[in-house]
Design a protein around this ligand. Structure first.
Ligand SMILES: Cc1cc2nc3c(=O)[nH]c(=O)nc-3n(C[C@H](O)[C@H](O)[C@H](O)COP(=O)(O)OP(=O)(O)OC[C@H]3O[C@@H](n4cnc5c(N)ncnc54)[C@H](O)[C@@H]3O)c2cc1C
Length: 293
């Protein structure tokens, strides 16, 4: 039986794994996608201590990856599909393999909220995206991109796209965006970005090979059609906690800990994820020591 499984190699899972390794425990880190998690989408991170000039999300992920390597932590590229809870152990089913662990840290982050309107499924992942990291490699300088959302992520995406030479339209339902004022100021100063407030998307389709988004104004008086090359949706995120038993809060399960965006869902920050990853790892250390005595 192995000591600890960490599920998810975003900032929370990375911080937890490094702590555990340094504590002398054997740690297995599962990641279904790329090392770095949601952070790979961040344009410029300016609030993570130690980088006074800010750092690109991708660059910070590269440093975190190097940090894992330094401690000889080799993430396993598999999606954990199921956690079976036994007495004093957990069986993880990860795409064909089953392994037993004494403790588990769940650091699976969030999933994007869908728009809740008809979206032609054939365009999702091709012309319509929920994360910028998937869109950036496809962009050409002449492209126009519509960003839907009025929060920090939407405005960070717009600045990132404009930085890459793309013309951007941001659509959001409120009169004023909900992002940090600092991001709003930067967007307003950027000629490549156009703000469209008080608009709600009602359908996304593909017509004659071109993307078409229909909007209506929040007061219901006007409609508007946009024909961008790509759409990026940033309308909030939800805890990706599907692996947890439904009654976890009632029955706190010894040896199972939750860290980062998956736990809070609401306040999504790297500092919080790293802190919670470390707390979870310290709890695991204490728990395993208790099992051995
Ligand atoms: C555009 C944007 C800009 C941002 N800018 C900032 C910023 O400037 N400052 C800041 O503090 N925060 C910022 N954030 C937020 C920050 O990126 C997140 O708070 C942070 O990444 C959360 O870390 P996490 O480890 O909890 O989750 P995540 O980073 O979401 O990582 C979770 C990982 O788990 C993996 N996973 C999920 N399910 C499974 C499974 N079943 N099996 C295996 N692996 C699985 C996922 O693939 C993912 O890699 C930004 C976010 C976005 C989208």
């Amino acid at each position: 039986m192995c000591d600890v499984a960490v599920i998810g190699a975003g900032p929370a899972g990375i911080a937890a794994s490094i702590y555990l390794k340094r504590a002398g425990l054997d740690v297995t880190l599962f990641e279904k996608d790329e090392i770095g998690g949601l952070l790979l989408n961040a344009h410029l991170v300016e609030n993570y201590p130690g980088f006074p000039l800010g750092i690109e999300g991708k660059q910070l992920c590269r440093l975190m990856k190097r940090h894992l390597k330094k401690w000889n932590i080799k993430p396993i590229k598999k999606e954990v599909k199921e956690i079976i809870i036994e007495k004093n152990s957990f069986i993880l089913n990860a795409q064909g393999s089953e392994n037993t662990f004494r403790a588990v840290i769940l650091a699976t982050g969030t999933t994007p909220n869908e728009l809740g309107i008809p979206v032609e499924q054939a365009v999702v992942g091709k012309l319509v995206f929920y994360e910028i990291k998937e869109l950036l490699p496809k962009l050409k300088p002449e492209n126009v991109c519509a960003v839907i959302g009025g929060g920090d992520a939407a405005f960070d995406y717009a600045l990132n796209l404009a930085h890459n030479g793309t013309a951007v339209e941001i659509y959001f339902r409120s009169k004023k965006p909900k992002c940090l004022p600092l991001l709003e100021d930067r967007v307003k100063k950027c000629n490549a970005i156009r703000l469209r407030s008080s608009f709600i998307p009602i359908a996304i389709n593909k017509r004659e090979g071109k993307l078409e988004i229909k909007f209506r104004s929040t007061d219901g008086t006007t409609t508007h059609t946009s024909k961008p090359d790509y759409v990026l949706i940033a309308c909030g995120r939800n805890s990706n906690n599907g692996l947890l038993p439904k009654d976890l809060e009632k029955n706190n399960i010894s040896g199972l800990y939750i860290a980062g965006d998956v736990r809070t869902g609401k306040f999504r920050q790297i500092g919080i994820a790293v802190g919670e990853g470390t707390i979870a790892a310290m709890n695991v250390e204490t728990y395993l020591r208790g099992l051995k005595t």
